[in-house]
Every structure is written in C-alpha cells, then in structure tokens.
Design a protein. Sequence first.
Length: 325
Amino acid sequence: MVRISVILPVFNAERYIGKAVQSVLDQTFEDFELIIVNDGSTDSTSDVLNDFSDSRIIVINQSNQGPGASRNRALSIVRGDYVMFLDSDDWYCEDALETAFEGITKYDADLTFFKMINYNEGRVYENDWFNLSQFDESFDNRAFHPSETPGSIFDLSVGVCQKIYRTSFLRSVDAHFPEGIFFEDMPFFYYVYLKSERISIIRKVLYFRRKHDGSITHVVDEKFFDTVAAGQVLMRIFIDNGWYDMYKYDLLAYKINGPRYALRDLPLDCKDEMFMLIKKDYESIKMTPLYHDFLDNLGPVKRKFFEDVIAAGDYEEFVYINSAK
C-alpha cells in the first residue's frame, strides 16, 4: 500500500507531460504512486515518459479511449489510501501532496478541496472558480456536509484535479467517470460531492492550471457538443439518487446553460449540428413528466431558449424565433 495514488491521463502532450511528471517526482511527500495512462498518443509522449526511471511510476498504454476511460482504468488499480488527479499540461506545487494529505486526514474527510491558480504564458492569476471564494470563513478548520453548502452547488468548481479523495469512499459509492464524452468531470464531481459525508477545504494553492491554445476548455469547438450528453448523465444521476427535487431549480438552469452557452460560442460551421443535438434532447424531455418542471422552474431567458429550440426546425429558424421579443 501507498498513501496517495496520483492519476495522470495523457494524450499527445509531448510539450508539457515532462513538467507534469517531474512535479510529482519532486514532491516533499514521497509515499505515492503515479499512474500514467497513455491514451493512444501519436506524438512523442511515449518517448518523454520512457526517459523517466522511478519505481513509483506505473505507465499504462492503451488505444485512444478518452479521459473518462483513462481515469476509470487507473482508478481500478490504485493502491493508495487517497487519490489525486493531475492533467498532463498542468503541474503541482512541490508540497501539494503533503498539504493535501494533511488536510484530508486532519478532518477525516471523504474529499478535500484546495486552491488552483491559472498560468498563461508566464502570467499567473486567480479567479473565483478556483480560489474557494464560494466558502466563507465558517467552513475553515472543520469538516462539513454537502447540505451546508452556501448558495448553489452549481457555483462550485467541478474540476477533479482540485480535490483529494479517500479511495475507500470512492469505491464504496462506485464512483466512476462517464466514458466516451468530454466534460466527464462534471457528472463525476456532483455524484461524489453529494455522496460525501465529510468535506473540507484547504485555502492554499497546490496546483497550477495551464491555459493554452490546445486546452480542452480553452478552445470552443466540436468537443462542446458533449455538453448535451454530460447534462443528460447529470440529470440521470440526480434522479436516480433522489436528489432531483431538492436541487431541481438550479439543476434545470445548469442543464440549460451549458449547451446554451456552447451554441452561442461555437464557430458558425458547428452551430447547426449543435442545435440539432440540443433539439433532440429537448424533444425527448417533452415526452416525459419533466417537461412541465422545465417550463415552471426556468427563468424567462432560459425558458424562451428551451421553447424556441423545440419550436424551430433548424438553427436558422431558431435564430429568427429567438431574436423576437
């Protein structure tokens, strides 16, 4: 057994993977294993990984299956008491594992948040999404239950790399990522968060999040089609676990907003396909009892979007209808 298992999926990250791996090997905390899942990389990623020689590194090579499948494969073999995630273009502060371990064990938590900071071409900056500003000082120095969460849980960062998790807890709730889609962090986070009994926070930056032209969330392109599928998974999680009625108002708004913003920001040549994915989703909702929940609980802007998508035959018609007051 080891104390912490770090899971690092990688696909074609030859420029950055060396720094990510080295940031783990340079940790002040040494009782870890680093599980790297090389997800069918076709660049020089494998050569970079082969340059490392450390008994704590486990490399799994597989055909390209996506980040969800890669993380699930690593989760199935972890030996650590706790799990942390690292993305291949990011890196840890040198005391990240030590500080995270101390934080989660001190309060016997199922998961613990810490702060992340953005890095972009030498510029380092915080934002509200990653600096734990959603939690006031009453959440410091203790464990809390998700029912105590201030405001909306949908204001919290869903990034899995911003937390450390108790392995036995993840296994007890059969936590796993949806496979075959991007934005797999989101349904995983809400399932794990709401299953937790004890949560804590560490108000210290432990993780550098690199933003660059190839970042998954930086470039709005076809991968944002998956905001529809991720929202469908999320709805099913809330319904199946009996959380739907409690969170209905914010959940429905959250489900609408992801694809709505994606449709707005996608390049023109992607809008038709994105619109049809959203329309198919909404038409399926119309055939269920949930349809009236959407009509009754959405604010005016989101409700109009919802109804206009259903009414329009294609994206061009939607633009015409939606622009009308």
